[in-house]
Design a protein around this ligand. Sequence first.
Ligand SMILES: C[S@@+](CC[C@H](N)C(=O)[O-])C[C@H]1O[C@@H](n2cnc3c(N)ncnc32)[C@H](O)[C@@H]1O
Length: 363
Amino acid sequence: MEAPPATTPSPIRLIRVPESFANLESDLFQSLGATVTRKLGRNYRLVRLTDPTQAPPPDLAGFISWNLPVHHSWPCNPRNTDGFIEHAAQALAAKFSASNPQTVLVGALDPGSPNRYYRSLASNLRGRLLQLFPDHCSRLREATDQNPSLPTLFCHVGNEGLFCGLQSPRQSGGFHPGGTRFIRQSDAQTISRAGAKLAEALHHLQLHQSPPAAGSHWLELGASPGGMTTELLRRNYRVTAIDRAPLDPRLTGTSNTLTTIIADAASFHPAPGTSYDALLCDMNGSALDSIRQVLRLAKFLHPGAPAIFTLKLPGANTLDEINQLSRTVIRTAAAGGLNLIAKVHLTYNRHEFTLFLQPSSGS
Ligand SMILES: C[S@@+](CC[C@H](N)C(=O)[O-])C[C@H]1O[C@@H](n2cnc3c(N)ncnc32)[C@H](O)[C@@H]1O
């Protein structure tokens, strides 16, 4: 595939702010120099940026789950527009196929809606687009097979019309339109909501590095009742799970790849010579106490191994308070040898972020 031409930065952006931070929206957009022009679906905002060349500062980027320049829009109600799919597909092919995106993905602006109309429309529109775009666009099997740094044509469709932009998955905030694929809670069949959070986190990790290979050994802190543990075991990982509380009985005794330790993380000392391929921490309580335990145990990680850390934000409510706590935790992690790869708010994060960390070389 040839290198695509650079796309001009668009001052209009399609931005998704998580519902957990809805109360901070006006502060957030003011700090970003953005004016909201329209609300789309449940969580999207169409905003105009004062300076489209300026990426959001790292502090603010974590509050935005999806950030797509809008290079093409058709504000119409697709249900009432005859030949919507054909007209939309022809216009998009004429405008973007020469830019040679790695693929074309279409999602609904409100993917959680019980009404399937826009999910079907998105899928049918994609089908037609793939007939019109270069052949390589339809060869992609999984969204995570995309090159995170090559442009994709991402399209969003809903009651309010069609909104599209050409940008890489890494710059946009995920492999799927809107970030991660919508996971319905009842579909996830996990022991706790945290299972879906971990599934999303592993998906997001691939924007930055390959996931640990099957058989890798995870050290999990704050594992009870075991939603995340279930997801790790489902992916054929080995897990040492630590929590003060026991795991759900459905998990214990069923697997020879799971070691359970009922204890405070602070009292856990791996046997000399032990090493782990990845670390996961979802402990509640003080974020600083949790990161200190992570740093102590990160000494047992292989070089380059990822550490996924849920940064809980108890007591931090304003933009300033949240940023102050995040900065302190990230600085503490870096001083202890764990560098930040990304700070994101996943769909299943509540009042918290997920941090992706990695041991600095030489630590
Ligand atoms: C949000 S829950 C974890 C949910 C879990 N990750 C899942 O997937 O189901 C937080 C857990 O952290 C545990 N926890 C908090 N501080 C801890 C500590 N110092 N040592 C061990 N476990 C701790 C709590 O007992 C609680 O079970």
